[in-house]
Design a protein around this ligand. Structure first.
Ligand code: FAD
Length: 454
C-alpha cells in the first residue's frame, strides 16, 4: 500500500458492521487490519447458531478465503481430487435420464470447486476474530444521521454510535437497505427451498446415486443431491408454494412434518423418492426465496454502505453469495484505506466502491435476466415435461443458450484483487496528473510501490 500523502495522523474511524454473516465477518477481518479503526459488530441473533446446509466454494471463494487467512481451516474438510472427475450432472427428474455432464480439472494448482457446510465457513471466519467482538441480540431497528455521524437504534431500545461508517451486512432482508432505499422492494419468487444434510450411511443402501453435484429437474421444481467429502449427504430442493405461505416462512424454518416435503416430489424417479424418504420429521429446513432488482448504487450519503446479500438480493441464484460478499468486503476495506492514505473523503471512497462493484452486479443480473428469458422462451414453446427440461438444460446449463462469452468464468473465476490493483494504479495515475509539482514526486513513488507490489 502506498505511503500516506499527509503526515497528520487521521482521527480513528468509527465503523459499525450490522450483521455477522459471512459478509459482515469478512468485513470485520478486513477492517481490523486497517490502522486507526474502531470497530463494532452487531447481529440480531442470540447466538451465532449453526444453521444452513452446504455452501459452494469456487475459485473466487478460495482466493478470498486465502486473503482472509481462513482457507486452511476449511481445506481440512474436503478431499483434494488429483484427476479430472465429473463435477456436475443435469438429469430429468422424472426418469433420471442424464442430459449433461461437466468435468472439473484435477489440476492441483487450481483451487477446487467444493461444497462445505455453511457452519464450517462461519467458524473459520469467526476464528480470525476476537471472541467477544460480535455483539449479539442486537437487531437493528433504524439509524439516524446527524452531523456527528450515524447512530444505530436496536429493537431492544438501546443505541450505539455515532459512527463514521455503517456497513449494512444484514442479509437479504436488510434493515439498513430498507431505510436507505425505501423504494427498493423484495418480492417472493414463488419458490421455497427445502434443504438438509444427512449422514451418507443413510442412503448407502441405494444404488446409482451420482457422486457429482446433480440436479434432477421437472419443469417447475428440482432436487439437488451431493455426497460431501465429510461423510454428509446434501439434498437441496426447489418447490412452488403460494405467496401466503412464502411470506410466513422465515429463513431456515424447521419442517416438522417431512411428508409435506415428500408431497412435492412424488413424480420423481424412484431413486429420488427413496432418498427423500430417508429424511425424518424435523430435519428439513425451509427457506422462502426472495429476490429484488439491482440497486443503482449501494452507498448513501458517504456514510452508509451495503455489502453481501443486503446489497444484491440475487435470491441465491449463483450459489456464490458468500464469495460475492467476501469480494465486497475486500474492495470496501481497500477503498477506505486508499482514500485515507490519499487524504480523500470517505464519500470519495464509497463512490469508488460503487464504481468498482456496480459492473460486477450489472453483469450478474444480466446473466440472471438472460436465464429468465430462456425459461420464458421454453415455456412459450409448450413442450411436454421431459422435452421442456431437456431444452432448459440445453439453454441454461449446457452453455448453448448462455449469455455470449460466459461459461461461468466471469462469475466464479473473477479476480477482485486484480480488479482492485488495476483501479488503484489508475487512481494514482490520475492523482499524478493533477498533483502540484511538490506532490508529483510522492505520487510517482507510490505508483512505483504499486508496480512492485503487482
Ligand atoms: C441462516 C442462514 C442460512 C443460510 N444457509 C445457506 C446455505 O445453507 N447455503 C447457501 O448457499 N447459502 C446460505 N445462506 C445464504 C448465504 O450464507 C449468503 O448468501 C451469503 O453468505 C452472503 O452473506 P451475508 O453476510 O451477506 O448475509 P447473511 O449470510 O444472510 O448474513 C446476514 C446476517 O445479518 C444478521 N441480521 C439480519 N438482519 C439483522 C438486523 N436487523 N440487525 C442485526 N443483524 C441482522 C443475520 O442474523 C445474519 O447473521 C444462508 C443465510 C442465512 C442467514
Amino acid at each position: 500500500m502506498p505511503a500516506p500523502t499527509s503526515t497528520t495522523k487521521p482521527a480513528p474511524l468509527k465503523v459499525a458492521i450490522v450483521g455477522a454473516g459471512p459478509g459482515g465477518l469478512a468485513a470485520a477481518i478486513q477492517f481490523r487490519r486497517l490502522p486507526d479503526v474502531e470497530l463494532s459488530v452487531y447481529d440480531q441473533a442470540r447466538e451465532l447458531r449453526e444453521v444452513g446446509a452446504g455452501i459452494a466454494l469456487n475459485q473466487n471463494s478460495w482466493r478470498q478465503l486465502r486473503e482472509l487467512g481462513a482457507a486452511e481451516d476449511i481445506s481440512q474438510y474436503h478431499t483434494r481430487q488429483t484427476e479430472d472427475k465429473v463435477s456436475v450432472e443435469q438429469r430429468i427428474g422424472r426418469t433420471g435420464e442424464l442430459i449433461y455432464q461437466r468435468k472439473v480439472s484435477g489440476n492441483p494448482d487450481q483451487p477446487p470447486a467444493v461444497r462445505i457446510e455453511r457452519t464450517v465457513l462461519q467458524r473459520a471466519l469467526l476464528n480470525r476474530l476476537p471472541k467477544d467482538l460480535v455483539q449479539l441480540s442486537k437487531k437493528l431497528d433504524h439509524y439516524t444521521e446527524t452531523d456527528a455521524g450515524v447512530t444505530l437504534t436496536f429493537k431492544d431500545g438501546t443505541t450505539a454510535g455515532p459512527f463514521d461508517l455503517v456497513i449494512g451486512a444484514d442479509g437479504i432482508r436488510s434493515a439498513v437497505r430498507h431505510q436507505a432505499y425505501p423504494d427498493h422492494q423484495l418480492s417472493y419468487t414463488g419458490k421455497v427451498a427445502f434443504r438438509v444434510l444427512i449422514p451418507q450411511e443413510r442412503v448407502a443402501h441405494l444404488e446409482g446415486i451420482p457422486q457429482a453435484a446433480t440436479w434432477w429437474h421437472t419443469p417447475d421444481t428440482h432436487v439437488y443431491t451431493l455426497p460431501l467429502d465429510n461423510g454428509q449427504f446434501e439434498i437441496a430442493t426447489r418447490a412452488i408454494e403460494d405467496e401466503a405461505h412464502g411470506q410466513k416462512v422465515s429463513w431456515g424454518q424447521i419442517v416438522q412434518d417431512s411428508s409435506r416435503v415428500k408431497a412435492h416430489y412424488t413424480g420423481y424417479t424412484k431413486l429420488i423418492r427413496d432418498i427423500i424418504d430417508t429424511v425424518q420429521d424435523g430435519e428439513w429446513q425451509e427457506f422462502a426465496l426472495f429476490g429484488g432488482p439491482l440497486l443503482p448504487n449501494v452507498t448513501r450519503g458517504g456514510r452508509i454502505v451495503l455489502i453481501g446479500d443486503a446489497s444484491h438480493p440475487l435470491s441465491g441464484a449463483f450459489g456464490s453469495g458468500a464469495a460475492f460478499a467476501f469480494e465486497d468486503a475486500f474492495v470496501l476495506a481497500k477503498v477506505v484505506e486508499f482514500a485515507r492514505a490519499q487524504g480523500k473523503t470517505q464519500a470519495f471512497a464509497l463512490d469508488l466502491f460503487d464504481d468498482i462493484r456496480q459492473p460486477r452486479f450489472e453483469y450478474l443480473y444480466s446473466v440472471l435476466n438472460h436465464g429468465g428469458a430462456n425459461l420464458k422462451a421454453v415455456r412459450d414453446e409448450k413442450l411436454e415435461p421431459d422435452a421442456h427440461v431437456k431444452e432448459v438444460i440445453r439453454r441454461n446449463w449446457a452453455g448453448e443458450g448462455r449469455k455470449p462469452g460466459d461459461q461461468g468464468d466471469q462469475i466464479y473465476a473473477y479476480n477482485v484483487q486484480e480488479v482492485w490493483a488495476a483501479r488503484e494504479r489508475d487512481e494514482l495515475e490520475k492523482a499524478a496528473k493533477v498533483a502540484k509539482p511538490v506532490e508529483v514526486e510522492k505520487v510517482t513513488e507510490q505508483l512505483a510501490a504499486v508496480a512492485v507490489a503487482a
